[in-house]
Design a protein around this ligand. Structure first.
Ligand SMILES: C[C@H](CCC[C@H](C)C(=O)SCCNC(=O)CCNC(=O)[C@H](O)C(C)(C)COP(=O)(O)OP(=O)(O)OC[C@H]1O[C@@H](n2cnc3c(N)ncnc32)[C@H](O)[C@@H]1OP(=O)(O)O)[C@H]1CC[C@H]2[C@@H]3[C@H](O)C[C@@H]4C[C@H](O)CC[C@]4(C)[C@H]3C[C@H](O)[C@]12C
Length: 385
């Protein structure tokens, strides 16, 4: 796989860092998640995105524990740290120390607000970063409060994925320079970067109206979701006139009797008209009308329906692991070196501590001493069964 042989140390964090590590693992990197010795919110959050990773339980607050991580970093390619600015420095594990000992290390710092700035020391979650980026102000329906789409945009798109992009970019650069570097991955900036189109398209008038009254933010009748007679929904994205014409035809309407597609003043009444028509048929009936047309009309699928939908099944877009759990396959698909995600269960905390330490050159005696010093925890699988 594309990232085979790349050694990654991922310090266990909440949602963003675990996704970043999982992406790297899916594309072949050997990802070790460094866990706290005891179960925590972080563990449970990190656990759901632990595909393909191994777990090493290490107490970084103990000097011996921090020394173990320093030594692991000397043999690693990437370190992902998900903490507030300053935490790693307090542990004696800041970039200056680790890059001194391994100049090839790519030191990825995934935070909400970045390593500098007024909020650098502040706690926060996806919605806070989305808000500070300006993007949240653009999301939501007319006359309603701004709406954060779960924690997809800042945590995952602007955080985990953007950080993975930074890591892969730095790995590529290192193949020429031979040198690592620090990645300051701020989720505020990551999600703001994703919104560049919104910034740039202001000058062409795409966002002149208040929130929820523009073309792409639920203002337009041809870019909207409509309820069907069976309580499901259809998504309509018929923007271009050639597709809009097919939408009108599928709805059984006559274009000559309608206001112009871009007549903003008529959009509210058009939305009501479309809504009353979509409410007359079931989702399946609308699919039989619009499937295989260019009307840009698709069913709003539940997770179960998405996994079993003909199109997605034909592509194998969703995979099932050894436990029968369904999840999306890695994207994008590389033709020659595609990702091959692990099908195994998520690791227990510390399940691979000994295996990993031996791999990184620790002796059995050193491991036994670390264990007695309570710097590490060896997971006895039997103890869990
Ligand atoms: C799944 C839910 C989360 C959803 C995602 C959410 C919406 C997000 O937005 S996540 C993104 C959060 N932000 C960032 O990641 C940005 C960078 N990080 C930070 O800003 C901070 O880390 C922080 C604000 C997120 C947390 O701050 P905190 O003060 O806790 O931590 P830090 O300042 O970073 O310092 C870390 C300290 O930890 C020490 N450390 C680290 N590793 C080790 C180690 N190996 N050994 C020893 N010590 C270690 C480090 O030294 C630092 O110490 P100091 O401070 O002294 O320097 C989940 C959200 C809530 C969860 C539920 C809830 O918690 C209750 C239950 C708990 C139960 O255990 C499990 C079930 C829960 C229901 C749980 C379930 C889910 O996890 C949640 C719903």
């Amino acid at each position: 796989m594309a990232l085979s042989g790349v050694r990654v140390l991922e310090l266990a964090g909440l949602a963003p860092a675990p996704l970043c590590g999982m992406i790297l693992a899916d594309f072949g990197a050997q990802v070790v998640r460094v866990d706290r010795l005891s179960q925590s919110a972080v563990t449970s959050a990190a656990d759901v995105q632990a595909r393909g990773k191994r777990s090493l339980a290490l107490d970084l607050k103990r000097q011996q524990g921090a020394a173990v991580l320093r030594r692991l970093c000397r043999g690693a390619d990437v370190l992902i740290e998900p903490f507030r600015h300053g935490v790693m420095e307090r542990l004696g594990l800041g970039p200056e120390v680790l890059l001194q000992e391994n100049p090839r290390l790519i030191y990825a710092r995934l935070t909400g607000f970045g390593q500098t700035g007024k909020y650098a020391q502040s706690a926060g979650h996806d919605i806070n970063y989305l808000a500070l980026s300006g993007v949240l102000s653009k999301l939501g329906r007319k006359n309603e409060n701004p709406y954060a789409p779960v924690n997809l945009l800042a945590d995952f798109a602007g955080g985990g994925v953007m950080c993975a992009l930074g890591i892969v970019t730095a790995l590529f650069e290192r193949s020429r320079s031979g040198r690592g570097q620090v990645i300051d991955a701020s989720m505020v900036e990551g999600v703001a970067y994703l919104s560049s189109f919104l910034w740039k398209s202001q000058k062409v008038g795409l966002w002149n109206q208040p929130r929820g009254e523009n073309l792409l933010d639920s203002g337009a009748p041809f870019y909207e979701v409509y309820r069907t007679s069976d309580g499901k929904f259809m998504a309509v994205g018929a923007i271009e006139p050639k597709f809009y014409n097919q939408l009108i035809k599928g709805l059984g309407l006559n274009m000559d009797e309608l206001p112009g597609q871009m007549s903003l003043g008529h959009w509210p009444e058009m939305k009501k008209k479309f809504a009353s028509i979509f409410a007359q048929k079931t989702q399946a009936e609308w699919c039989s009308i619009f499937d295989s047309t260019d009307a840009c009309v698709t069913p709003v699928l539940s997770f179960d329906d998405a996994a079993s939908h003909q199109h997605n099944k034909e592509r194998g877009s969703f995979i099932t692991n050894d436990l029968g759990e369904i999840s999306p396959r890695p994207a994008p698909v590389l033709s020659r070196t595609p990702a091959v995600p692990s099908c195994k269960r998520e690791p227990f905390i510390g399940e691979h501590t000994e295996e990993i330490l031996l791999e990184y050159g620790f002796t059995k005696q050193e491991i036994a001493k670390l264990c007695s010093d309570k710097a590490i925890e060896l997971k006895n699988l039997k103890a869990n069964l």
